[in-house]
Design a protein around this ligand. Structure first.
Ligand code: FAD
Length: 404
């Protein structure tokens, strides 16, 4: 009988964490010990090939807070959360050796670097059990094989809805008598649905930002989802409870709709994997030798392009680690279609800055705007002047961020 190690990756929660529940179940059955760990990989402190740090200050702070939340919850079930430093292979091999075990449980992440980490652990002789658990819908429940994922989001959504597909129920975390402290993520989820924001979500979601801290023009679930402090099925369960109590409308439907976009980009990774990381994306034309505008990239990152709406967005991102969906579209489009920048550099900058950085959604959205994904319309250009007229007609957003 050996102990089991649970390696937390982008699933920093106990509630509705099937992989963690499996590991726990295993140790309960065999009366062995469960050791939870988190690994800080020094590669994330390095510079990217684009000349900036891979993970910026906002992301680091947000992650540190979520690890604290998780650690508090784990304590109530008798688990510590040691934070290891090193590559997952080195850090986990040494940790497993000291705990006299070879068994690791963790979530499955379908992105190339994360897949390579699992292969490295196996090469080091560890037994790794991974479980896919970051989508709203289970890949196995889809009405088609993921290798036949429709090329367009609308076709995907239509198939899912025609089938009446629903997410699984969120799993309860607890053994009898256990009482977990509520995490900041769970508080936010509850807070959002305790107001009436969801009833107007579709009308407000394209605003550039909130003007009062009590407002929510969009759900702001993304930072919590990205680190896994809440799961998509947990949101869905709250959404349905809200609709049962306060009524369903176009806006409440649209929250489900956007969560389906999130799933679509996940399934896209399951289908295309590494192809989503080359410059040409899924396109057939080899773009490897096409030069890109590095000076433009620098000005873009610094919010000094001279285009007021774009600069306002880039300054907001640098100052807060967050940006509305509309502003993400505007600044991404500007880098690609106006400055001639490489979409992968933009994606890397977002990876460095966004507190809600999510490998699937980030890569998928950048590919979509660049026209290098599955979208048949060949890219999306957002005209910054028209966008400013539509979404910042009084110029308050531009003045606010460009004033210093
Ligand atoms: P809401 O509008 O309230 O939507 C609810 C949830 O639906 C979100 O939390 C998110 O999980 C999902 N969602 C909404 N829009 C999208 C979308 N376009 N694609 C995928 N999921 C979506 N989102 C990330 O979570 N991480 C990223 O790294 C990321 N990078 C992006 C890069 C670009 C260039 C663009 C255009 C979009 C990116 N998005 C990313 C998607 C989207 O902008 C954010 O999910 C959204 O703005 C987060 O705010 P919210 O939680 O209030 O969203």
């Amino acid at each position: 009988m050996t102990a089991v190690v649970y390696w937390f990756r982008n699933d920093l929660r106990i509630t509705d964490n099937p992989a963690f529940a499996q590991a726990r179940h295993r140790t309960n059955q065999t009366a062995t010990k469960l050791h939870a760990v988190y690994v800080h990989d020094p590669k994330n402190d390095a510079q990217t090939t684009w000349g900036f740090e891979r993970i910026g200050a906002h992301r680091k702070t947000f992650l540190a807070q979520r690890l604290q939340d998780l650690s508090l919850q784990l304590k109530t079930i008798g688990c510590e959360l040691p934070e290891l430093h090193g590559s997952p292979q080195d850090a986990l091999s040494a940790f497993c050796e000291s705990m006299l075990t070879k068994q690791i449980y963790c979530e499955d992440i379908a992105a190339p670097e994360e897949q390579a980490e699992i292969e490295d652990l196996k090469d080091a002789g560890l037994e790794v059990k991974t479980l896919w658990q970051s989508s709203l819908l289970e890949p196995a429940d889809l009405p088609f094989d993921v290798q036949n994922l429709p090329a367009v989001f609308t076709a995907f959504r239509n198939k899912v809805e025609k089938q009446g597909l629903k997410p699984r129920e969120p799993r309860k975390p607890l053994l009898l008598g256990e009482d977990l402290p509520e995490s900041a993520a769970e508080k936010h989820l509850k807070h959002y649905f305790s107001g009436y924001f969801a009833l107007t979500y579709k009308l407000t979601r394209n605003q550039p930002m909130n003007w009062s801290p009590d407002e929510h023009f969009s759900t702001k679930f993304s930072p919590w989802l990205a680190c896994g402090a809440i799961s998509a099925p947990m949101i869905y369960a709250e959404l349905k409870r809200f609709e049962a109590e306060r009524g369903a409308n176009d806006s409440t439907y649209w929250i489900w709709f956007e969560l389906l976009w999130r799933d679509y980009f996940r399934f896209l990774h399951l289908h295309h994997g590494k192809k989503l990381y080359i410059k040409q994306g899924l396109g057939s034309v080899d773009l490897a030798k096409v030069p890109d505008n590095r000076q433009g990239l620098k000005r873009w990152c610094e919010g000094r392009t001279g285009e007021p709406l774009v600069d306002a967005g880039m300054r907001e991102l640098a100052a807060t680690g967050w940006l509305s969906n509309r502003m993400r579209q505007v600044v991404a489009s500007y880098l690609i279609h106006d400055l001639g920048g490489d979409w992968r550099a933009g994606a890397a900058w977002f990876e460095s800055q966004l507190i809600d950085y999510d490998v699937y959604s980030n890569q998928g959205n950048w590919l979509y705007i660049a026209g290098r994904g599955t979208d048949p319309r060949g890219g999306r250009r957002f005209n910054p002047h028209m966008q400013a007229q539509q979404h910042d007609a009084d110029g308050v957003y531009r003045r606010f961020w460009n004033s210093n």
